[in-house]
Each structure stands twice: as structure tokens, then as C-alpha cells.
Design a protein around this ligand. Structure first.
Ligand SMILES: *Cc1c(COP(=O)(O)O)cnc(C)c1O
Length: 234
């Protein structure tokens, strides 16, 4: 890709986001782009930063650490969007402003202990496996109440919303019922836990982010739409 391709992609994404928000009667400023930057090297992240992107989501700690170090001089918010093992909790709270993938009480407890140790209040999202796909992590929707209840008892965690990844489908409209279900689950949880606010909905990827925004997404996680195709998995 030419060096300015990322900037051009980012501009196009922002204009599509704005149009999608408008269609849904939403303020485009309620939607933030997270660059899903797994496998993307630091020099391309710098291009995205130069284009104005200030948020990246990484899936693997080992990959993220050197990238975070390399870009330490920039004002960047780093999010963790991959599956997290409890034994990585200490590093996760050290490096990430928002952890999207809290899907079980034992992980929440590990993050609580790690955050307490460094005196941090860790923002998290609860990851929900809406379709019950065995290949994906995420709590079942029926477990969400219990998971949230558990997290609310942990003083160094702050649950700010929900995250989900619908089953892959080439048709973006196929994702709509899942995005809607996540928003409705959020609404039910807020109703069930008065005084608790879950403003963030992390949903929508390169193929379906416009639909996600129409359904209430506040964080869209974009990889290929922003950075181009990833190298094939080996
Ligand atoms: C890779 C990844 C994305 C981005 O996927 P694209 O289809 O390339 O936009 C979003 N969310 C998660 C959790 C990912 O692992």
C-alpha cells in the first residue's frame, strides 16, 4: 500500500461513520474508531497516528508490548481486544486503558488483584458470545447478569460497557440482529442495576461497522478497512 493509503482509508471510514450515525439520528462524535492493529507493524501505526488515529486494539500481549514501547512518545490509548488468560492479568492492567474481553468471573478477579496492586482503576468491557459459538470466547447472554454482579463487587474494576463479535458473514445485514441484541442486553442490565451506566458498545468490524453504528456502537474495531489485508495465517 502507498504510504498515504492509511490516511485515505481513515478519512473514508470517518465519512461513512458520520453518514451511518446520521441515518440513525446519532451524534457521530459518540463513535470512536479503534485500529485493530494485530500483525500491523509500527511504521504503519505511525502513519495511522499521523492521520489522526489515537486508539489501537491489540490481541496479543507479546506483540503489543514492543509496539507500545515504540510509540511511547505519542498520545495513544491502547486497548486489549484478544482472549486474555488470567496469568496475563498483571501485564494487561499495566499496558491497557480498556480491556474489551472480560468474559468470566475468574478473569475479573485476576484483573482486580492486578489493578489493586498498582493502584489503578481498570476500565473493562464484558465480552458476550451472542450466538453461542464454541470457537469464540465471551460469556453467554444468560451469564451476563452474574458476571456483571461479580465485577461490581470488585473495587478496582469499572465496567463501562459490552463487547461482541457476531458470527462471520459476508452480508453486513446478517450482523444487525446481533448488534441489536447487544444493545438490548445493555439496556436490560442498566435497568436491572440502577445507578450503573454501561455507555460503551464495542461492536462492528471492517465488514459491518456501518450497521453497528446504526445499532448504537460507540467503538468500532477496524483492521483491514484501515490497514489493508493482513498477511495470511500460517
Ligand atoms: C482482528 C479483529 C478485529 C478487526 O477485524 P477486521 O475485519 O480486519 O476489521 C476486530 N475485533 C477483534 C477482536 C479482532 O481480533
Amino acid at each position: 500500500m502507498p504510504p498515504d493509503a492509511i490516511a485515505a482509508n481513515y478519512r473514508m471510514i470517518l465519512s461513512r461513520l458520520a453518514a451511518a450515525a446520521q441515518r440513525a439520528g446519532r451524534d457521530p462524535h459518540q463513535v470512536q474508531v479503534l485500529g485493530a492493529s494485530k500483525t500491523v507493524p509500527v511504521d504503519r501505526l505511525r502513519q495511522a497516528v499521523a492521520a489522526g488515529l489515537r486508539r489501537f486494539g491489540e490481541n496479543y500481549l507479546q506483540e503489543a508490548k514492543p509496539k507500545i514501547a515504540a510509540l511511547a512518545g505519542e498520545q495513544i490509548s491502547w486497548h486489549f481486544i484478544g482472549h486474555l488468560q488470567s496469568n496475563k492479568a498483571r501485564e494487561a492492567v499495566r499496558y491497557f486503558d480498556l480491556i474489551h474481553s472480560v468474559d468470566r468471573p475468574s478473569l475479573a478477579t485476576a484483573l482486580e488483584q492486578a489493578a489493586a496492586k498498582i493502584g489503578k482503576i481498570q476500565d473493562i468491557l464484558l465480552e458476550i458470545n451472542l450466538a453461542g459459538e464454541a470457537s469464540k470466547s465471551g460469556a453467554a447472554p444468560a451469564e451476563a447478569v452474574e458476571l456483571l454482579q461479580h465485577c461490581l463487587g470488585l473495587p478496582h474494576l469499572r465496567v463501562v460497557g459490552l463487547m461482541a463479535m457476531p458470527p462471520w458473514d459476508p452480508d453486513p445485514e446478517a450482523s444487525r440482529p446481533y448488534f441489536r441484541a447487544l444493545r438490548q442486553l445493555r439496556d436490560r442490565l442498566e435497568h436491572q442495576f440502577p445507578g450503573i451506566s454501561l455507555p460503551e458498545l464495542s461492536m462492528g468490524m471492517s465488514a459491518d461497522y456501518e450497521v453497528a453504528v446504526e445499532e448504537g456502537a460507540t467503538l468500532v474495531r477496524l483492521g483491514t478497512a484501515l490497514f489493508g489485508p493482513r498477511p495470511a495465517k500460517t
